[in-house]
Design a protein around this ligand. Structure first.
Ligand code: HAM
Length: 429
């Protein structure tokens, strides 16, 4: 017996019953981003491996352990994108979109790939909607990104279920001084650190700050904090951001241990988290990466952005029962035809109705069938009315219009009056 074919672990099919929620979320986001003047960019799923190794950073979990990397037929090392920022920066540089200090406010959506341990809210193929802004160095744009996401939560009914965590990582120079101080402190307590943190002490010491290990967290209580090392410019920037969030009435929690898992960040970092999804509670995360473009060989160009996890937001909407019922509304009409001449007439009649009634949801019966079987299908479709076209109706150019959701009488309507009649019927609740 051949083995049943299955999807790859951590890579999910999104089934028809779920896609309306995805579209609702994607459409809400697209409309919102339009409203703030952001433009969509579409980027490849595959890039040269070097882009991520250089951009996200060797020593990060994403680059060291989680990338889907392979050699193509030309022996080039390629990687399925684990995130969108590096590719977006590559694209704006390649097309000169940030030249001469041009401001770019961009967004993208699509699948990302990370070889992580799959669990609820964490997958190997997942989807992000991301935003990246270039050439705006001030805290005003950081605040705009945050208020825009806050508006999304409002629109989706999630405002009470997510909280904002905020931190500043300072300049790269300040961070380097801090890193040395942290390493010196932890080196003295090396034996008490968990295994992962011992490894990170040489590869990526700042990541130890958000270790999940309780003993390591206890050790960190007395450790030097990043804020004591913040440079003056970063401090002013952070104060500017907080003042704007205060003015907007957006609550936040300063989390000095929020460092993020990707190397390119400096100054502002933030995460929107929920306690409704278990351990994978970060639904949106981002920050400033003013050094990344020059690291890729471009002129120094400020950059800031975020990405949200679509699966996690869909899960959250479902968990909190916030998916609008109307999203799953069925067809309006189901057109039954009996006998080949009526079937042919039904086809053209259906197209005439679609012309006359934009947005109409009309299912034409396919596969013929008896009265009984077609009515059964009409009923199952959830349509409000069945239209009936048999030999007699064809001869007199009428259709039977049978309400399926209440006991009112079937009516006989001339083809020419049908669109008008249906528009009136469908407008009634
Ligand atoms: P990230 O924190 O790695 O940041 O991912 C952003 C969001 O993607 C997470 O908060 C989470 O909602 C979702 N996510 C990440 N990994 C998974 C997974 N395995 N399964 C399901 N959802 C996941 C970035 O990717 C940055 N590029 C964000 C950014 C844009 N920073 C500046 N600009």
């Amino acid at each position: 017996m051949s083995k049943t074919l299955q999807a790859i672990r951590g890579m999910n099919d999104i089934l028809p019953e779920q896609t309306p929620t995805w579209r609702y979320l994607e459409n809400t986001l697209a409309t919102l981003l339009d409203g703030y003047g952001y433009k969509e960019i579409r980027l490849p799923v595959l890039e040269f491996t070097e882009l991520f190794a250089r951009g996200i950073g060797e020593g990060t979990d994403v680059v060291d352990k989680e990338m889907y990397t392979f050699l193509d037929r030309n022996a080039e090392s390629l990687t399925l994108r684990p995130e969108g920022t590096a590719g977006c920066v590559r694209a704006v540089l390649e097309h000169g979109l940030t030249g001469g200090g041009q401001v770019q406010k961009l967004w993208y959506a699509g699948p990302m790939y990370r070889y992580e341990k799959p669990q609820k809210g964490r997958y190997r193929q997942f989807h992000q909607v991301g935003v990246e802004v270039f050439n705006l160095p001030g805290p005003d744009i950081d605040a705009e990104l945050i208020v825009l996401t806050a508006r999304l939560w409002q629109k989706l009914g999630l405002a009470g279920s997510v909280t904002l965590q905020l931190n500043s990582l300072g300049s790269s120079e300040a961070r380097a001084v801090y890193r040395d101080a942290l390493v010196a402190y932890l080196q003295e307590r090396f034996e008490q650190l968990d295994e992962d943190s011992q490894r990170r002490l040489t590869t990526n010491p700042l990541r130890i700050l958000d270790s999940k290990n309780a003993q390591t967290q206890a050790l960190l209580v007395g450790a030097p904090t990043l804020h004591d090392y913040l440079d003056e410019e970063s401090r002013v920037h952070f104060e500017g951001l907080k003042a704007r969030l205060d003015a907007l009435g957006i609550g936040y929690e300063i989390n000095p241990k929020l460092v993020r898992g990707l190397d390119y960040y400096g100054r502002t970092v933030f995460e929107w988290v929920t306690d409704k999804l278990g351990s994978q509670g970060t639904v949106c995360a981002g920050g400033r990466y003013d050094g990344l473009i020059s690291q890729f060989g471009g002129k120094p160009t400020p950059g800031v952005g975020f990405a949200m996890g679509v699966e996690r937001l869909v899960l959250l909407l479902e968990t909190l029962e916030l998916v609008p019922a109307a999203l799953h509304s069925p067809a309006d009409l189901y057109l039954c035809a009996f006998g080949e001449p009526a079937e042919l007439a039904a086809l053209t009649l259906a197209e005439r109705l679609r012309d006359a009634m934009p947005g109409l949801r009309l299912v034409v019966n396919a596969g013929a069938g008896s009265f009984k079987s077609q009515f059964k299908k009409a009923d199952k479709s959830g349509a409000r009315f069945a239209l009936i076209l048999g030999e007699d109706e064809l001869a007199t150019r009428v259709v039977g219009c049978k309400p399926l959701r209440d006991d009112s009488e079937q009516q006989t309507i001339a083809w020419d009056a049908l669109a008008q009649h249906l528009a009136t019927c469908l407008a009634q609740a």
